[in-house]
Design a protein around this ligand. Structure first.
Ligand code: GDP
Ligand code: IMO
Ligand code: MG
Length: 425
């Protein structure tokens, strides 16, 4: 039996989808625990590309059960589109996809409020994905959110919706000068979704705990990344959930004692999409080259991703707060033609070396001095290399440097978007 949590160790888009898909070949169940359709996980199988936002990346392995847990905020529009997309590729979801009845729903007003807040921010805009994530988690914490279970009773659902819309209409209208929403219209839209989602809805907490009791292999899939964590990330430039491994237990209703493997997915350099601090960000020709070769454009929004060197200070922090036991290193092939590789090994501020990743990174970023080590490049195409021993010496040196610095072994090395191009040590 194993419960493996796969987390993004940086600012998201590390290649979690590819790694989860790969590890799912030996899994019985794959479960998502937080976030929503802000995620964009890309899988490439035999040259065919699939992008998933809500449905776990295990869905491409035909015998795997997939769970969307209570910690996820579900936009039925995005969910239906994704189910249709999978069906159009002949992938079955019936009897394989299970959605928690405790999960909160993203409502039309969440998306409107997300967009309106970004347009007229208090302070700087976060650069959200506009998927209504923040406003949905606000309602969850405010205890006014609407859960999937509420759809069961039309009367309760209509009452909750009416109360919410009254409040939201006031905000939309008074603060953002937007037209009022119609309760009845939303009720009928969601009643229709309920009909379509009904077959997938169940008690996923029970399902997962039974799977644990039956010694099944479970993969737990994180979205976003540690530095976007609401508590531990570069606040306020974060998402509104806990992508770090701790979030997996609350987001699924499984006990911490059941978890025996934590994999951190690490991109061989760093990217960030949206606003906020990014100490190792670069604006030179090399970073432009990396962005181009790595196709660094947001999977969900198409925005160009910001690019920088591998930040080992941030990565070590991420290993610590997640309890990462092994690293899956991705996109190392993107660095193939870079002559000299830099890795950040130390932050200093006011002449003092920082012992920990700064809690106020967003305000002190300009005062940080970064220390870099330079490592030699390998000038060899890595794509297609399937044995660790066949990697160039300088690639192995780069990997060893990461292992020594973090104290965590690199157990998977990914050398292209395709499922096949992966070295498992
Ligand atoms: P996720 O959100 O963590 O699942 O990552 P995304 O799918 O948003 O972004 C990762 C991108 O890199 C996708 O386009 C993947 O197909 C691609 N990718 C994943 N692993 C590798 C790799 O090892 N090499 C290259 N070149 N691309 C990769
Ligand atoms: P995956 O799972 C990268 C970023 C947004 C923004 C911030 C808040 O594909 O790695 P939100 O819409 O969540 O309120 O936006 O978080 N963000 C991501 N960045 N990968 C993601 O997901 C992200 N999901 C959200 O760009 O900066
Ligand atoms: Mg992504």
């Amino acid at each position: 039996m194993s419960v493996s949590i796969i987390v993004g160790a940086q600012w998201g888009d590390e290649g979690k989808g590819k790694i989860v898909d790969l590890l799912s070949s030996k899994a019985d169940v794959v479960a998502r625990y937080q976030g929503g359709a802000n995620a964009g996980h890309t899988l490439v199988i035999d040259g065919k590309k699939y992008v998933l936002h809500l449905i776990p990346s295990g869905i491409l392995q035909p015998d795997v059960q997939c769970v969307i847990g209570n910690g996820v905020v579900i936009d039925p529009v995005a969910l239906m589109n994704e189910i249709d997309m999978l069906h159009s590729h002949g992938i079955k979801t019936e009897g394989r996809l299970f959605i928690s009845h405790k999960a909160h729903l993203i409502m039309p007003y969440h998306k409107l409020l997300d967009a309106a807040k970004e347009k007229n921010p208090v302070g700087t805009a976060i650069g959200t994905t506009g998927r209504g994530i923040g406003p949905a988690y606000i309602d969850k914490a405010n205890r006014t959110g609407i859960r999937i279970v509420d759809l069961l009773d039309r009367e309760t659902f209509t009452k909750k919706l009416r109360e919410n819309i009254e409040e939201k209409n006031t905000i939309l209208n008074k603060m953002y000068d937007m037209p009022a929403l119609d309760v009845q219209e939303i009720v009928s839209e969601y009643v229709d979704f309920d009909r379509k989602m009904d077959a997938y809805i169940t008690d996923t907490t029970l399902l997962l705990n039974e799977a644990i009791a039956e010694n099944k292999n479970i993969i737990v899939e994180g979205a976003q990344g540690a530095l976007l964590d609401l508590d531990h990330g570069t606040y306020p430039f974060v998402t509104s959930s806990n992508p770090t491994s701790g979030g997996a237990c609350t987001g699924l209703g499984i006990p911490p004692t059941a978890v025996n493997d934590i994999v951190g997915v690490v991109k061989a350099y760093t990217t960030r999409v949206g606003n906020g601090p990014f100490p190792t960000e670069q604006f030179d020709d090399t970073s432009k080259h990396i962005g181009k070769v790595g196709h660094e454009f947001g999977t969900t929004t198409g925005r160009p991703r910001r690019v920088g060197w591998l930040d080992l200070v941030a990565l070590k922090y991420s290993c610590q707060i997640n309890g990462i036991q092994r690293i899956a290193l991705t996109k190392i092939d993107v660095l193939d033609a870079v002559d000299e590789l830099k890795v950040c090994t130390e932050y200093t501020r006011n002449g003092k070396v920082l012992k920990a990743f700064p809690a106020d990174c967003a305000s002190v970023e300009q005062e940080l001095e970064l220390h870099y080590e330079t490592l030699p490049g390998w000038n060899t195409p890595l794509e297609g290399i399937r044995e660790y021993d066949n990697l160039p010496e300088n690639t192995k040196k780069y990997i060893k440097y990461i292992e020594d610095f973090t104290g965590v072994p690199v157990s998977i090395v990914s050398t292209s978007p395709d499922r096949r191009d992966t070295i498992v040590r």
